[in-house]
Design a protein around this ligand. Structure first.
Ligand code: IPM
Ligand code: MN
Length: 371
C-alpha cells in the first residue's frame, strides 16, 4: 500500500511525526507493507511551489492508494499574503476533496466514561460517555456551489453563493449513513436538516425517506440543525449516527469537538468511491505551532481510521484506538485539554506519542492477522 503523506502547515508536521511513529511500529511488528511518500501541501507548498496543491503532489496522490493529510492554513493575518483563490483551505483542501470525490466524511465523537471528566459538560449530562459518529456530506452544498462577486448598478458590492445538491449526491451519502447505522448496536440515525426554510433540506428529507425504507431496522429521528446544536450540549448521549449536509456538518462537528473537551480529539475519514483520505477535523493552529504542545490524538486516530477503513487492518486499528484511550484514561493529556485536573498530567506532543508507542510495544502482536 502506498500512502501519500501531506503533513501540511502549523502543527501539521509535529502531529504527523507522531502518527508516522505509529505506522513505523506497525510496519515492524506486523510486517505491514506500507510505503510512505511525503508531498508538499498547504500554505508552505504555495510559498515553495506557487500552489498549495502543486502538480507534484497531485501526481503522488494519484499514484497512492491512500492519503494521510495533516491540517493546513495560516492565521487570519498571514492568510492575506496569499490571493483568496489560492488560499490552502480552498485551493488545497476543497480541491483534494473534489479531485477524489470524497463525499462521505466520518467524524467519530468519542469519550469513554473514564475520560468523561475531560468534557466541559456536567458529569450528569455525559455519565454514560459519548460515542457517536457524525457523517458529513463533503463535496456538495454551499462550499462547492456557484459563486459570484460583483457590484450592482448602485455601486453596492454583492455576493451570491448557491447551495447545490442533486439526488445522486444526497442518496450516496445517506446510504453510507444507513449502512453504518444498521451495523451499530443502537441502529439509530439523527437526520439533521433545516427543511422549515431550505428547499435543499426538503429534497434531502424526501430522499432520506426513500433510502430509509431499505433499512427498516434503523430508526430515524429528524432534527432541525439549530435544535441539534442545543441537543449536542444538553443530551449528547442520545446520538448514535448523525447525518447532514456539508456546512451543517462542518459547524456541528467542531461543536462536537467542544463537548468532548478539544478539537484535538477529532480524527476523520473522507471516503470516496475510488480513494479515501484521512485527516484531523481541526485546523493548523499556527499560534501553537513548533511548541511541541499540540495534541496528536486526532492525527493518530486518523491513522486508526485508515487502518480499519481502507486497509482492512481491524485488529491493528483496535490496538491503536485502545492505546490512545488508555493514555488518556491514565491521565496523560496535552495542554488543549486544559489545566491539569486531579490525577492528570499535561504532556508534550512527543511525550503523548511516546506513551502511545509504549503501549503498542507491549501488545502481544503474535495474534492472528486481520487481512
Ligand atoms: C474541516 C475544515 C475545512 C472545511 C476547511 C479548512 C476548508 O474546517 O475539515 O472541517 O470547512 O471543511
Ligand atoms: Mn471545519
Amino acid at each position: 500500500m502506498k500512502v501519500a503523506v501531506l503533513s501540511g502547515d502549523g502543527i501539521g508536521p509535529e502531529i504527523m511525526t507522531q502518527a508516522l511513529r505509529v505506522i513505523d511500529l506497525l510496519i515492524e511488528k506486523r510486517q505491514m507493507e506500507i510505503e510512505v511518500v511525503n508531498a508538499p501541501f498547504g500554505a508552505g507548498a504555495y510559498f515553495d511551489h506557487g500552489h498549495p496543491f502543486p502538480d507534484i503532489t497531485k501526481k503522488i496522490c494519484d499514484e497512492s492508494d491512500i492519503i494521510l493529510k495533516g491540517p493546513v492554513g495560516l492565521n487570519h493575518q498571514e492568510s492575506k499574503k496569499i490571493p483568496v483563490e489560492l488560499q490552502p483551505e480552498r485551493a488545497a483542501i476543497l480541491a483534494l476533496r473534489q479531485r477524489y470525490d470524497t463525499f462521505a466524511n466520518f467524524r467519530p465523537v468519542f469519550l469513554s466514561p473514564k475520560m468523561s471528566h475531560f468534557s466541559p459538560l456536567k458529569p450528569s449530562v455525559i455519565s454514560s460517555g459519548i460515542d457517536f459518529i457524525l457523517i458529513r456530506e463533503l463535496v456538495g452544498g454551499l462550499y462547492f456551489g456557484k459563486k459570484t462577486r460583483g457590484e450592482d448598478s448602485r455601486g453596492q458590492r454583492f455576493v451570491e453563493e448557491s447551495l447545490e445538491y442533486d439526488e445522486k449526491q444526497i442518496r450516496r451519502v445517506l446510504t453510507i449513513a444507513f449502512e453504518l447505522a444498521s451495523k451499530r448496536k443502537r441502529q439509530q440515525i439523527h437526520n439533521v436538516h433545516k427543511s422549515n426554510v431550505l428547499l435543499s433540506s426538503v429534497l434531502w428529507n424526501e430522499i432520506l425517506e426513500e433510502v430509509g425504507s431499505d433499512y427498516p431496522n434503523v430508526s430515524v429521528k429528524n432534527m432541525l440543525v439549530d435544535a441539534a446544536a442545543t441537543a449536542l450540549c444538553l443530551d449528547p448521549c442520545q446520538f448514535d449516527v448523525m447525518v447532514m449536509e456539508n456546512m451543517f456538518g462542518d459547524i456541528l462537528s467542531d461543536q462536537a469537538g467542544g463537548i468532548i473537551g478539544s478539537l484535538g480529539l477529532m480524527p476523520s475519514a473522507c471516503v470516496g468511491e475510488k480513494k479515501s483520505y484521512f485527516e484531523p477535523s481541526h485546523g493548523s493552529a499556527p499560534d501553537i505551532a513548533g511548541k511541541n504542545i499540540a495534541n496528536p490524538y486526532s492525527m493518530i486516530g486518523s491513522v486508526a481510521m485508515m487502518l480499519e477503513m481502507s486497509m482492512n487492518y481491524q485488529i491493528e486499528a483496535n490496538e491503536v484506538w485502545a492505546a490512545l484511550h488508555t493514555v488518556m484514561e491514565q491521565g496523560y493529556v496535552t495542554a488543549d485539554l486544559g489545566e491539569a485536573i486531579n490525577n492528570t498530567t499535561i504532556v508534550s506532543t512527543e511525550e503523548f506519542g511516546s506513551k502511545v508507542i509504549d503501549i503498542l510495544e507491549k501488545v502481544d502482536w503474535s495474534m492472528g492477522r486481520s487481512n
